[in-house]
Design a protein around this ligand. Structure first.
Ligand SMILES: Nc1ncnc2c1ncn2[C@@H]1O[C@H](COP(=O)(O)OP(=O)(O)OP(=O)(O)O)[C@@H](O)[C@H]1O
Ligand SMILES: [Mg+2]
Length: 433
């Protein structure tokens, strides 16, 4: 049986050469698609194994590539020659197989056959990423090396944003380059908390660029706001109803690019993981919590934040269960926030209860400190700037050192002796029970 090919080249000048190459024995043309709608409808109907696309096809973007893959059709990009700038664009929208058409028809058909069989192996005739002469390309091919720390938690405002910004600021103080990304699909508050005004959402600008294939380290950096010398922020959704623009596949691109921009990317996630939409609609419907699931499954470390009161703790236990079901490989650190005397439970009581009910042993505690939080919010500063000597800022630094692997010793040396007493160990140190 020969391989079915969908041709959607948008009248690229090399279309005749491609049509001459398909049908030489191993492949046949299923359909010449006139536009994206035609292409996606044909792919969804289960016809064709490979879709030949080019940047001449109007509307070709990351979401189209994702839709083809979901339909089981391997997208294959065709370009004039190996150093065609279209190579970069195709790669950035997620096209793995790319072939130059300036080869003989037989080699081109072999490339198409290879794309059908092995999506992620470069087919013959494919221009190597390193061959590209494009300036931005060098930045794109740098190995992404930054770590991603996801901050998630149940409903009830347990303090995810406070913890995400606090950890980012503390990592920066410890000497790491940190980027805090507001990816809360229920509406972002990071900009307000960090005291920065952003007229357009950084996250949405980045997802738009990711969809169009123009997102690279330089363009993402331009969208970030500088909070302090080593701390940047990417602001979130201005309104909750804009969540449809933060689709999982696009947030994945932003996250992978962030790994090239900062050594540590701390992501403030939405609270829910429900996937009910999948039951209600067909699987191509956008899923509100898709972005959250994407972040949690790709993060190097996950912090689950819960409030230290009876309601907060029961929600926290349920959330840990939901996370284990949705992302079984996540090994979260539980952060019990707003620990206070009035509750009547000590850190040890809560720790052993959580260990018994969730099996998790990596548990940190942050004290309740409304006056520090208010001071930071009103001044538009981070907690470690606004109240550096308070126990909350100290616990955040300790937690940041734990999740980042950066040493607190070096930061104490860096900050000198101006903050007396801060190096002292306190009895409320994050405990590992
Ligand atoms: N350790 C703390 N001590 C005192 N107040 C705190 C502490 N942590 C968070 N808060 C307060 O709790 C409130 C909610 O915090 P935050 O906005 O971080 O929660 P969230 O989980 O991100 O909620 P949302 O669902 O709105 O995104 C804020 O008013 C914040 O100042
Ligand atoms: Mg929040």
């Amino acid at each position: 049986m020969t391989i079915g090919v969908l041709v959607a080249l948008g009248s690229a000048p090399f279309e005749p050469a491609v049509l001459a190459a398909v049908g030489r024995g191993r492949t046949h043309v299923v359909r010449r698609c006139v536009d994206i709608a035609d292409l996606l409808a044909t792919a969804a109907s289960g016809q064709g194994a490979v879709a030949l696309v080019s940047t001449c096809l109007a509307g070709l973007d990351r979401q189209v590539v994702d839709a083809l893959e979901s339909a089981g059709v391997a997208p294959m990009g065709l370009v004039e020659h190996a150093s065609d700038p279209a190579v970069d664009v195709l790669r950035r929208i997620g096209v793995v197989s790319i072939a130059a058409v300036n080869v003989d028809a037989e080699s081109l058909e072999s490339s198409i056959a290879a794309a059908a069989g092995r999506r992620d192996v470069e087919p013959a005739g494919e221009p190597s990423a390193r061959d590209s002469a494009s300036g931005t390309h060098a930045q794109q091919t740098d190995e992404p090396s930054g770590r991603v720390i996801a901050v998630w938690g149940p409903t009830g405002a347990p303090g995810r944003t406070v913890v995400a910004l606090g950890i980012g600021a503390a990592i920066a103080e410890l000497g790491g380059d940190a980027l805090v990304v507001d990816a809360d699909v229920y509406g972002g508050t990071l900009g307000q908390l960090a005291g920065v005004l952003d007229e357009t959402s950084g996250l949405l600008a980045a997802t738009r660029a990711a969809n169009a294939g123009s997102l690279d380290a330089a363009s993402l950096s331009r969208r970030c706001l500088q909070i302090s010398p080593r701390l940047r922020a990417l602001t979130g959704l201005p309104r909750a109803d804009r969540w449809v623009e933060a689709k999982a596949v696009l947030v994945r691109s932003v996250l992978e690019t962030a790994r090239r921009v900062a050594a540590y990317t701390v992501v403030d996630c939405g609270f829910s993981l429900e996937v009910d939409e999948e039951v209600m609609y067909d699987t191509r419907a956008p899923r509100r919590n898709g972005a959250t699931l994407e972040i949690l499954s790709r993060a190097d470390a996950v912090l689950v934040v819960g409030a230290a009161d009876p309601i907060g703790l029961s929600r926290l236990i349920r959330a840990v269960g939901d996370l284990a079901e949705a992302v079984p490989r996540a090994a979260p650190t539980v952060v019990v926030n707003r620990l206070r005397d009035g509750i009547g439970w000590s850190a040890d009581d809560i720790g052993s209860m959580l260990r018994r009910t969730t099996g998790i042993t990596d548990i940190a505690f942050l004290p309740d400190d409304p006056s520090s939080c208010d001071r930071a919010l009103v001044a538009g500063r981070t907690l470690t700037e606004a109240a550096p000597d308070r126990p909350l800022a100290r616990r955040l630094r300790e937690l940041a050192a734990d999740v980042s692997g950066l040493s607190e010793q070096s930061s104490r040396r860096r900050r000198g002796r101006t903050q007396r007493g801060q190096g002292k160990k306190s009895s409320q140190r994050p405990v590992r029970v």
